[in-house]
Design a binder for this molecule. Structure first.
Ligand code: 5GP
Length: 202
């Protein structure tokens, strides 16, 4: 069976990466999403098990000891980690999976799994990024300032990714992301099953 593809997506808070992803998942419902385990407190509107599993620091550290994460990072004082086994299972079962991580997490995954396809979502400008961050209204001014600083550090690393997609008009960013996914699926190296079937009776 053809193995599934692994897509890594990053982009600082405020780039609208979650909105892009939800449209991409609506268009490609068979895509899988890796649910991270995190120790940050739940924000209003977040649902356990949807994007994140909200766990305690003790639970996270126990999982770390058990080597249960593909990657992990500390972001503004909280742990964020990608559970390893679900990702490996998806790929083995021929399913394509998206992992949303920060730059540090992306680097760790790319070191272990260089075949992963990496996408960075950029804001159209710093002004737009600032205004999107403050409109969210979920952070204190001090937290906002820290997130902005973190965003600038991440943007400086965007050139280590395979693709950089600007989220100015949402529909264009979604179309660009779908183009990356569909191109990846057309790689000859991912279609060995089809090629074998066509040639086995020759
Ligand atoms: P937020 O607190 O805004 O949900 O996420 C903060 C940052 O952590 C974002 O850049 C997000 O992409 C990243 N992130 C989310 N899940 C993970 C994860 O499992 N590992 C790592 N390294 N970063 C993550």
């Amino acid at each position: 069976m053809n193995k599934g593809s692994l897509f890594i997506i990053s982009g600082p808070s405020g780039t609208g990466k979650d909105t892009v992803l939800s449209e991409v998942f609506a268009a490609e419902p068979e895509l899988r999403f890796s649910i991270s385990s995190i120790t940050r407190p739940m924000r209003a509107g977040e649902v356990e098990g949807e994007k994140y599993h909200f766990i305690s620091t003790e639970e996270f550290e126990k999982l770390l000891d058990e080597d249960a994460f593909l990657e992990h990072n500390t972001y503004l004082g909280n742990y964020y980690g990608t559970p390893k086994q679900p990702v490996l299972d998806c790929i083995e079962n021929g399913e394509d999976i998206f992992i949303e991580v920060d730059v540090n997490g992306a680097r760790q995954i790319l070191n272990k799994m260089p075949q992963a396809v990496s996408i960075f979502i950029l804001p159209p400008s710093l002004e737009v990024l600032k205004s999107r961050l403050s409109k969210r209204g979920t952070e204190t001014p001090e937290q906002l300032e820290k997130r902005l600083g973190e965003a600038l550090r991440e943007i400086r690393c965007a050139d280590m990714y395979d693709y950089a997609i600007v989220n100015d008009k949402l529909e264009d960013a979604v179309a660009d992301t779908l183009t990356v996914i569909r191109s990846e699926r057309l790689r000859a190296s991912r279609r060995t099953d089809e090629i074998r079937k066509l040639t086995e009776n020759l």
